[in-house]
Ligand binder design. Structure first.
Ligand SMILES: CC(C)(COP(=O)(O)OP(=O)(O)OC[C@H]1O[C@@H](n2cnc3c(N)ncnc32)[C@H](O)[C@@H]1OP(=O)(O)O)[C@@H](O)C(=O)NCCC(=O)NCCS
Length: 329
């Protein structure tokens, strides 16, 4: 068998909508309070699409930055993966809209649906294409525009989510660098913990589904919480073992940004110091697939993530899905 070509993230970019909703704004929309939201989730504000912003538009903005930083033209991209549960429209994929906007005429393009784990699933796929030599450069975007599918009458969910996009360009790296190991998981028996009842092929849109608020996210928060705490720790430990490392060797952790309490629980169990954990949930809420690429991009800009660092990436989401990766930056 031929040797794997090492693959890693060459550059990152992000794009966030200008619209902002603070917890104080939410106090005027549902029966909630800034104190409750901060204490139970860590979130203070979130970005919201307005005007002509779209998932493909935010993705393209983030991708242009990542491509420029990687020193590549769009023609050098072999594959575009857009991880999202909120493409501009059901057909075609957001990835094809991004491909057109970038003029990436040599790229295949597809969307990947794995809930909030979408970015890590995309990373797993991209790395294996590069490892095998089937692709040289892959553009991976994690984008979610959850504001249109959040029920702004449901305080259990509307306080949690936000919109945004993060992009990475993946390519060949030197031996010993890049994505050292990644592993993805799923458990569809828990599908009803986080779902949208209507709008698919079994319950297409009707007056009844609209009136019944069937096109919005439904979630069993406490059950997702319990699940998340366990899988965050188990999956990062498993992937570290695959890479021949231990949690104590990690320089940094980039966890999914769903709830600060989930992150804190996981970090305590992994015995990581607070300064080793990348956190931006207070500014953006849960941006689903965009959470990890955006937090990585900010860590680079702030000088927290440096060449040579060993970083763990871990996420969970609707499906249910979860996964982790270990990267030598
Ligand atoms: C949603 C979540 C923040 C709720 O926090 P919690 O501590 O579990 O709270 P509970 O759901 O048990 O609700 C406790 C009380 O707060 C209330 N509450 C819920 N949302 C509220 C809000 N925004 N403001 C004020 N009170 C609220 C509930 O109605 C409940 O009241 P009751 O005791 O009178 O019934 C938490 O469960 C969570 O983050 N779960 C994980 C969700 C997640 O990660 N989803 C994305 C996966 S990618």
């Amino acid at each position: 068998m031929s040797k794997n070509i090492p693959a890693g993230i060459l550059a990152t970019g992000k794009a966030l909508p200008v619209g902002k909703i603070t917890n104080y704004d939410l106090e005027n929309i549902v029966d909630t309070s800034n104190d409750w939201i901060v204490e139970r989730t860590g979130i203070r504000e979130r970005r919201i699409m307005t005007g002509d912003e779209s998932a493909s538009g935010l993705s393209t903005r983030a991708a242009v930055i990542a491509l420029e930083r990687a020193g590549l033209t769009s023609a050098e991209i072999d594959m575009i993966i857009v991880a999202t549960v909120t493409p501009d429209q059901t057909l075609p994929s957001a990835a094809c809209l991004v491909q057109d906007k970038l003029g990436a005429f040599n790229a295949s393009a597809f969307d990947l649906v794995a809930g909030c784990t979408g970015f890590l699933y995309g990373l797993d796929v991209a790395v294996r294409y590069i490892n095998s030599g089937a692709a040289r450069h892959v553009l991976l975007v994690g984008v979610d525009t959850l504001s249109p599918i959040v029920d702004w009458q449901d305080r259990n969910t509307c306080v949690l989510f936000g919109d945004g996009a993060g992009a990475v360009v993946l390519g060949r790296v030197e031996e010993g660098r890049g994505v050292l190991a990644s592993k993805m998981y799923s458990d569809g028996s828990k599908a009803n913990l986080l779902y949208i009842p209507a709008g698919g092929s079994t319950r297409p849109a009707t007056h009844k589904t609209v009136e019944g608020r069937g096109h919005f996210i439904k979630m069993n928060g406490p059950e997702v919480f319990k699940f998340a705490v366990t899988v965050m720790v188990d999956s990062i430990n498993e992937v570290l073992a695959l890479a021949g490392h231990k949690a104590t060797e990690l320089d940094l952790l980039a966890p999914h940004q769903a709830n600060l309490r989930i992150i804190n629980f996981a970090c305590k169990r992994l015995k990581m110091k607070p300064e080793q954990v990348l956190i931006n949930i207070h500014r953006y809420g849960n941006m689903s697939s965009a959470a990890i690429p955006v937090v990585l991009d900010e860590a680079i800009e702030e000088g927290k993530l440096k060449a040579g660092d060993l970083i763990g990436l871990v996420s969970f989401g609707a499906g249910l899905t979860w996964g982790a990766a270990v990267v030598r930056w």
